[in-house]
Ligand binder design. Structure first.
Ligand code: MG
Length: 375
């Protein structure tokens, strides 16, 4: 099963006030759409952000696929669906960018319901009494039995919703309307009050209040790396040039400690590893200094709204002796990463002369990184 999410961010909605459409405005210091995308990362295989052509610059740094939207919401969804055609996608979720606080268990419930239904969407039963009003006066009441407040993500079997959108005359309120128009059953799963749609300025204050209540988002990652010895007279370890009777062999400067740390940070973000961002097949990274990789990982941390809480690197080798260089290594990493050295640990161990590190054939390194995002 390959799943995708389309985040619809092409609208020009300005009822929320502000100079840019609401999905690009800041919520507790980050663009609304950044929260929305994070809710789907790691939950689906592909994320497509459907944007207005004018917003290309705003959307460039989120690390997801972009699709240019159309005249109406329905057009935007259809165009985004078409970018996913013939890619083996079987389930697709369609979600409003302006619902940044969608809980992951709501997303999971929609995906789960697609096992038994061609469509599924979250909603909440209407609990308030409903009135009909005219000119500021109550002129009637409306029975609320069987009424639901619709939310997103609305999930569908991919081929079903693509053909429904292609056949639909346009101007549907949402994708459930399109699916039902084409004759497909849509199951209701329970939505969540936190899954509010930011529409008016006061909605932003409410969303920030909810974010505070959700507390801190904490992410851990680990990294491991090995480089073999070759002829030479020094090694680079955690940004420090250490004199030694051998060098480390590698595509870059072979700083095994910095590589493990960089991979730990990418791991905490669930954004792959050094090889994904800097392919060894690309000659431009040959002989590259490893701080380029670490700086990039830290830029991703900032772009995702996280801070490094701490990190811990262990170098595994018999020689060179690490102790005399430990403080310099912490300082070098602190400078590259832009964090206090008190948050950075570098330590070393031998492997009791066992294995490849014991035979002094190379150096291994492992690292852990902890990232936090304050609401
Ligand atoms: Mg390496």
């Amino acid at each position: 099963m390959t799943s995708a999410a389309i985040i619809v961010a092409a609208g020009r909605g300005t009822r929320a006030g502000g100079a840019v459409p609401k999905q690009w405005q800041l919520l507790a210091g980050r663009p609304v759409v950044a929260y929305t995308l994070d809710a789907f990362r790691g939950v689906v295989d592909v994320i497509v952000l459907a944007i207005h052509p004018d917003d290309r610059d705003l959307a460039a740094d989120f690390g997801v696929e972009l699709a240019l939207g159309g005249e109406t919401r329905s057009d935007s969804v259809r165009k985004a669906l078409e970018t996913l055609e013939n890619r083996g996608i079987t389930k697709v979720l369609i979600h409003d960018a302006a619902r940044p606080l969608v809980p992951q268990d709501v997303i999971a419930a929609v995906i789960g319901a697609l096992e038994d239904h061609p469509g599924a969407a979250p909603a909440l039963p209407v609990s308030d009494a409903l009135w009909v009003g005219q000119q500021g006066r109550v002129v009637g009441t409306q029975n609320r039995d069987g009424l639901w407040r619709a939310q997103t993500p609305q999930g569908f079997h991919f081929d079903t919703i693509l053909s429904a959108h292609r056949a639909h005359p346009g101007r549907a309120a949402d994708d459930v309307e399109v699916a039902r128009w084409a004759g497909h059953e849509v199951a209701i799963v329970l939505g969540h009050e936190n899954n509010l749609k930011l529409t008016y300025p006061q909605d932003f204050a409410r969303a920030e209040h909810i974010l505070k209540g959700l507390g801190m988002d904490i992410r851990l990652g680990n990294g491991f790396d090995v480089h073999a010895f070759t002829e030479g007279d020094h090694v680079w370890l955690c940004g420090v040039r250490v004199p030694h009777g051998k060098a480390l062999l590698g595509h870059s400067d072979a700083d095994v400690g910095m590589h493990a740390l960089t991979d730990a940070i990418y791991g905490a973000l669930a954004e792959g590893d050094i090889g994904v961002h800097f392919p060894p097949s690309d000659p431009q990274w040959k002989g590259a200094e490893s701080h380029i990789f670490l700086r990039h990982a830290m830029a991703r941390v900032a772009a995702r709204g996280f801070q490094l809480a701490n990190c811990d690197v262990t170098l595994i080798c018999e020689r060179p002796k690490i102790g005399p260089h430990q403080a310099a290594m912490r300082d070098a990493l602190a400078q590259i990463m832009g964090v206090d050295a008190a948050r950075i640990s570098v330590k070393a161990t031998t492997s009791e002369r066992l294995g490849f590190t014991g035979r002094e054939e190379g150096i291994a390194a492992m690292a852990t990184a902890c990232l936090v995002q304050r609401a």
